[in-house]
Design a protein around this ligand. Sequence first.
Ligand SMILES: *[C@@H]1O[C@H](CO)[C@@H](O)[C@H](O)[C@H]1NC(C)=O
Ligand SMILES: *[C@@H]1O[C@H](CO)[C@@H](O)[C@H](O)[C@H]1NC(C)=O
Ligand SMILES: *[C@@H]1O[C@H](CO)[C@@H](O)[C@H](O)[C@H]1NC(C)=O
Ligand SMILES: *[C@@H]1O[C@H](CO)[C@@H](O)[C@H](O)[C@H]1NC(C)=O
Ligand SMILES: *[C@@H]1O[C@H](CO)[C@@H](O)[C@H](O)[C@H]1NC(C)=O
Length: 324
Amino acid sequence: MQIKNYWKSAFQWKAFGLRLLIFNLTKRLIFAQDSDIVSSCTRYKKSVFDLQDGYSFLLHDAPIINKSLDTCHSYTPLISGGQIAEPKEFPHMARLGNRNGDNKTSWFCGGTLISNRLVLTAAHCLYSPSGAVNVVRLGELDFDSDKDDAQPEDFGVRNTTEHPSYKYPIMYNDIALIELDRGVRFSVYKHPACLPFNDGNRYDSFVATGWGQTTFAGTDSSKLRKAKLEGFHLKCPEIDDIVNLPNGFNASTQMCIGSTDTNDTCSGDSGGPVLIYHEEYPCMHHVMGITSTGFGCGTPNLPSLYTRVHAYLDWIKQTIANIS
Ligand SMILES: *[C@@H]1O[C@H](CO)[C@@H](O)[C@H](O)[C@H]1NC(C)=O
Ligand SMILES: *[C@@H]1O[C@H](CO)[C@@H](O)[C@H](O)[C@H]1NC(C)=O
Ligand SMILES: *[C@@H]1O[C@H](CO)[C@@H](O)[C@H](O)[C@H]1NC(C)=O
Ligand SMILES: *[C@@H]1O[C@H](CO)[C@@H](O)[C@H](O)[C@H]1NC(C)=O
Ligand SMILES: *[C@@H]1O[C@H](CO)[C@@H](O)[C@H](O)[C@H]1NC(C)=O
C-alpha cells in the first residue's frame, strides 16, 4: 500500500521530478567543471545563436509564446593540414597590432575574444619589436579584401595585464589579457570562445587558427587559416637546451601540439588559439592553448608549445573580476 502511494505521488510529480533530476545532473556536471565558466559559455552561445521568436495567437489577451530557434549548427570539420577558414567560422579570432603616428598598422600577433571586453593572448606579444599592442581587430577574415563575408572592426586598448610570473624572454606563463577600449557587440562575426572545461589532455586533435606565416620565415597570409593539429601529450621532443625554456617543457602549464605530416601550416600567429569544439554546441569552441613558441614550421613531428589555458583559469577569472 505504501509503495503504491509512493508511486502515485511519484507519478503526479513526474514532470517536476524529471526537471529536478536533470537539474541535479547538470549541477553535478557543472561542479565537476567550473560553474562560472560553464554558465558564461552557455550564455555566450545563447546570446547570438538562440533566436527568440515571439508570437501570439490572434486572440485578444492570448499569451505571447516564445519559441526559441537554435541556429547553432554545423561546422566544417578539418580533414588535415592547413585550409582557409570559412566566413564566421572563428568569430572569436582577434589580431593584435601597433598603429603608429602615421596611421600605419603592423599586425604581429593573434588573440582570442573571451568576453565582451577581454582578448586572451601570449604575454610575449606585449614585447613586440613592432611596438605596444594598441589596436585589436575583430570580425576579420581576409585583410586584403573589403568584399569578403566579414565585419571587421578595430578596437583600441584600455589596459594590458600579463601574468605576474611571466619574465620576458622566458616562455613560461606566456599568457596575457588585453582590455578593449569599449564593449564588443556580439554577432555571428564577433563572438567569444569559451574557456576550457578541462586541461585538454584527453584530446588527440586540435584546430589552430591565425594569419601567420604559411611557411617558415615566409610572409603572413592575408586570409585567416586553420590547421588540424595533434596533441603530442608527454611525447614532446627534448627541448632542454632552449634558452627561453631553461627547465624544458612543463606539462602542467604548457601543451605540446603539432602535426605528423608536412601539410600543416605554421600554427598561426603567436598569441592565437588552439581550439577544440564544444561538445554540445557545434558553433562554439574552447580555447585550450595559446600559441607560444615553436621550432620551425611544416616539419613533421616537430611540435610547438602552447600555454595551457586551463592552468591559468583562476588568474583569468580574477582579472575578469577586477575589470568589471
Ligand atoms: C517572451 O519574451 C518577451 C521578450 O523577451 C518577455 O518579455 C516575455 O516575458 C516572454 N514570455 C514568456 C512566456 O517567456
Ligand atoms: C587609420 O586607419 C584606419 C584603418 O585603416 C582607418 O579606419 C582610420 O580612419 C584611419 N584614421 C585616420 C585618422 O586616417
Ligand atoms: C590595468 O591593469 C592592472 C593589472 O590588472 C591594474 O592594476 C591597473 O589598475 C589597470 N589600469 C587601469 C587604468 O585600469
Ligand atoms: C611547472 O610549472 C609549475 C608552475 O609554474 C611549477 O610549480 C612546477 O614546478 C613546474 N614543473 C617543472 C617540472 O618544472
Ligand atoms: C599533403 O598535401 C598534398 C598536396 O595537397 C596531398 O597530395 C597529400 O595527400 C597531403 N598529405 C596528407 C598526409 O594529408
